[in-house]
Write a protein that binds this ligand. Structure first.
Ligand code: NCD
Length: 317
C-alpha cells in the first residue's frame, strides 16, 4: 500500500473526519492519492487486503441510505475489518431511545471506529466527543457529508488529472444539501472554483462568503466555463413548505439536461450524488449519456471510503 507522506509535510493528522476544517490540502490529496491504490485492489480477482484485520468498524445509520451505507460496509470488509451495521429503523431508536443511549450501547462492544449518519447537524461531533474513537461523518442533517465530497473531488480529478483551476457547478436544492456544503468547503482547498446555483429561496446567501465559492440563480451562467456540473435532488424531506413553486416550473429552469450542458466546457462531465429523481433535477438522457460519471462516483465511493478508513485507523503518523 502507498505509504502516507511524512507528517512534517502534511501537518498534524486529524483524528476524525467530521468536516474539512482541520484537514490540510496535503492530507486531503494524500487521501485522494491512496484511493488510486484502493481502486487497484478492487480490480484484483481477490478484492481484499489485511490493513484493518482485527479491527471492528461500526456503521451507525440513524437515517436512510443506499450508497453511503453499502459502500462503507464493503470498504471496511475489503480491508478485512469486522463490521457491525446498525440501522436505526430496525432498532430501539424507533422506540424513542436517544442518540447518546444508543451510542453507549454500541461503545460497550469496544468497536474501533464509528461511521455515523444522523438527521441532526452536529451528531457525528457529539459521538466524536464521547466515544474516544475515530468518527467518520456519513452525513449530519444539512451540515456536512465529507466522504461524498471526497468522492466527487476524486471523480473530477480522475477526469482532468488535477482540480487546480477547474470549475464545478452545483445546481439544485443547495439550502438543504450537506453535499453542496461539503463540496463548497473541500473543492476550493484543492484549487477548484465552485458555483452554487438554485432558485433564490434554496440558495443561502451566506455560502457566497466561502473562499472560492460564488452563487447565482441563473443556471446558464452557472455552467458557463464549468468542467463538471453536479445536479442535486430537491430534498423535500427537509423542506417545511413554501420553498418552491411547481415541480415542472423548477425542472423547466434548473434541470441539468443536454440543452443546459451545451453552455458548459466541451468535455464537461455530469455528476449526481444520488438518489436521483429522473426528469426532475436531471434528465434521464443526461444521466445515462456519455457525459455522465454518476456510476463512476459510486465506484469511486468505495475506494475513497477504503482510503479514509485506512488514513484514520492505521495510516496516522
Ligand atoms: C446524499 C445525502 O444523503 O446527503 N446522498 C448520498 O449520500 N449519496 C444526497 C441526497 O440525499 O440527495
Amino acid at each position: 500500500m502507498t505509504p502516507v507522506p511524512s507528517p512534517a509535510v502534511m501537518g498534524s493528522h486529524p483524528r476524525h473526519l467530521l468536516d474539512f476544517q482541520d484537514w490540510t490540502p496535503e492530507r486531503l490529496n494524500a487521501m485522494l492519492d491512496n484511493a488510486d491504490t484502493m481502486l487497484q485492489v478492487l480490480d484484483r480477482p481477490v478484492k481484499k487486503v489485511p490493513a484493518l484485520q482485527g479491527l471492528t468498524v461500526c456503521n451507525a445509520f440513524f437515517e436512510n441510505s443506499t450508497r453511503t451505507r453499502t459502500s462503507f460496509e464493503l470498504a471496511a470488509r475489503r480491508m478485512s475489518a469486522d463490521v457491525l451495521t446498525f440501522a436505526a429503523g430496525a432498532s430501539s431508536v424507533s422506540k424513542g431511545e436517544s442518540l447518546r443511549d444508543t451510542m453507549e450501547v454500541l461503545t460497550s462492544y469496544k468497536v474501533d471506529a464509528y461511521i455515523v449518519r444522523h438527521h441532526a447537524a452536529g451528531a457525528a461531533h457529539l459521538v466524536a466527543r464521547y466515544s474516544g474513537k475515530p468518527v467518520i461523518n456519513a452525513g449530519d442533517g444539512r451540515r456536512a457529508h465529507p466522504t461524498q465530497a471526497l468522492l466527487d473531488a476524486y471523480t473530477v480529478r480522475q477526469e482532468y488529472g488535477s482540480l487546480d483551476g477547474k470549475t464545478v457547478a452545483i445546481i439544485g436544492d443547495i439550502r438543504h444539501s450537506r453535499v453542496a456544503r461539503s463540496n463548497a468547503e473541500l473543492l476550493p482547498k484543492l484549487g477548484a472554483r465552485v458555483v452554487l446555483c438554485g432558485p433564490a429561496p434554496l440558495l443561502p446567501a451566506g455560502l457566497g462568503a466561502l473562499p472560492g465559492v460564488t452563487l447565482t440563480s441563473d443556471p446558464r451562467a452557472a455552467v458557463r466555463g464549468a468542467h463538471a456540473v453536479m445536479a442535486l435532488r430537491l430534498q423535500r424531506e427537509r423542506m417545511s413548505g413554501g420553498f418552491l413553486g411547481g415541480l415542472q416550473e423548477y425542472a423547466d429552469t434548473y434541470q441539468v439536461n443536454e440543452s443546459l450542458m451545451q453552455q458548459a466546457e466541451s468535455g464537461a462531465v455530469v455528476l449526481h450524488p444520488g438518489p436521483m429523481n429522473r426528469d426532475l433535477e436531471i434528465s434521464g438522457d443526461t444521466a445515462d449519456g456519455p457525459r455522465s460519471r454518476i456510476l463512476k462516483q459510486v465506484e469511486n465511493g468505495q475506494a475513497i471510503r477504503m482510503s479514509v478508513l485506512y488514513h484514520l485507523l492505521v495510516g496516522r503518523n
